[in-house]
Design a protein around this ligand. Structure first.
Ligand code: SAH
Length: 353
């Protein structure tokens, strides 16, 4: 039987674990305090040594280790290639904003979704990450930088809704008061649009921001670049988003990569605005949606070129004129290849050579 992974347990489960080891329940809270500092049983100095020894032998505590770390000279963005217990690697990116540090974490090793512009999916999915490995990315990065991380986006390698149970466990763990203590409102989950799981997530009643990777204004083009759209077309996706908004009260955020000559024309801006109008307006009032425009990052071996700065700006302004709240993403970490999946690919290729 697999040993219990400490970092995957809720505080109540750590208390039960302590009791099952013949210790009082409050020991569970002591363990929890240490774990979130990144300290394993060896260093839990306020626990009896026999208990520490037992924990060490009968449970697992493992943080990801840093295989590579790149720091952007221009904006301080830090990108980690983390090595997991079995040698697999994932990426995390820490960005500095006015409101504090935000980390972008991975949820799977590789990705099964096959989006054509994305580096993470090139080799398919290797395995799911455990909630512990997701929490581990936050702790390892925070310890390395020496500062608290106050925001999380699940927007790294992998599709969180394809690894539903562990992703939701991560959300609940990240929110624990005597753990990472990150408010649900400071967490975003990004999905390519696995519709049934969006309904399921809405039912969890966790007020996290849902971010939808949209990338095209109609089914024809979306299916061309995102295979998931053939299974769950825009009508179904938008209806699910509306349900999520109605249940959570959280505005929906849409990611739209701007690809030169593919989805960045003026008619495309109008098509996009009318799509939102169709699903998110009622009685002349628009539900709050936000569109994050991202000039596509060039990925080696992929044919997509980013829209130029003027086109991106025009597209944004057209959306705003049509009443859509749109922003053009600052290109953080441009000098360190900060778009996810690229570092892992590079390191795999290095090893293969
Ligand atoms: N699977 C989830 C989360 C991971 S992808 C999702 O699809 O949302 C994180 C974001 O990066 C998604 O919006 C994805 O579409 C986008 N992305 C992937 N490759 C990109 C590229 N080359 N340039 C810009 N954005 C990209």
């Amino acid at each position: 039987m697999d040993k219990t992974d400490l970092l995957r347990l809720y505080p109540s489960e750590l208390e039960e674990l302590a009791v099952s080891f013949g210790e009082p329940a409050y020991r569970g809270r002591q363990i929890s305090d240490w774990l979130f500092k990144g300290t394993g049983p060896d260093g839990m100095s306020n626990l009896p040594s026999a208990f520490r020894e037992k924990l060490k032998n009968e449970t697992v505590f493992k943080l990801p280790s840093t295989e590579r770390k790149l720091v952007s000279a221009s904006d301080g963005t830090v990108k980690y290639l983390f090595r997991l217990f079995d040698g697999e690697t994932v990426e995390s990116v820490v960005m500095r904003y006015k409101h504090g540090l935000s980390i972008c974490i991975s949820t799977e090793v590789g990705c099964p979704m096959g989006c054509r512009f994305c580096a993470s999916t090139i080799g398919g999915k290797v395995r799911d990450l455990s909630a512990s490995e997701m929490v581990g990315q936050v702790i390892a990065a925070s310890n390395d930088i020496g500062e608290r991380i106050s925001n999380v986006v699940m927007m790294g390698i992998g599709e969180p809704l394809d690894n539903y149970e562990e992703s939701v466990r991560f959300l609940r763990l990240a929110n624990q008061k005597n753990g990472l203590n990150i408010g649900y409102r400071h967490i975003s989950l990004s999905t390519c649009g696995i519709v049934p799981m969006i309904y399921r997530l809405a039912g969890e009643e966790l007020p996290v921001t849902l971010s939808i990777s949209l990338h095209a204004p109609d089914n024809e083009r979306r299916s061309e670049i995102m295979p998931v759209n053939r299974r769950y077309p825009l009508e179904e996706l938008m209806t699910a988003c509306r349900d999520y908004f109605e249940k959570s009260g959280r505005r929906i955020s849409f990611e739209y990569t701007l690809i030169d000559g593919f989805n960045d024309s003026s008619p495309d801006a109008r098509l996009l605005a009318s799509l939102f109008g169709k699903y998110f307006s009622e009685g002349g009032k628009m539900y709050p949606v936000h569109v994050n425009l991202i000039p596509v990052n060039n990925v080696k071996d992929k044919p997509f070129r980013r829209s130029n700065a003027a086109d991106a700006e025009r597209f944004k302004n057209e959306l705003i004129k049509l009443g859509i709240n749109a922003t053009l993403r600052r290109h953080l970490g441009a000098d360190i290849n900060a778009s996810c999946g690229q570092l892992r690919r590079e390191s795999q290729q290095d090893r293969a050579e």
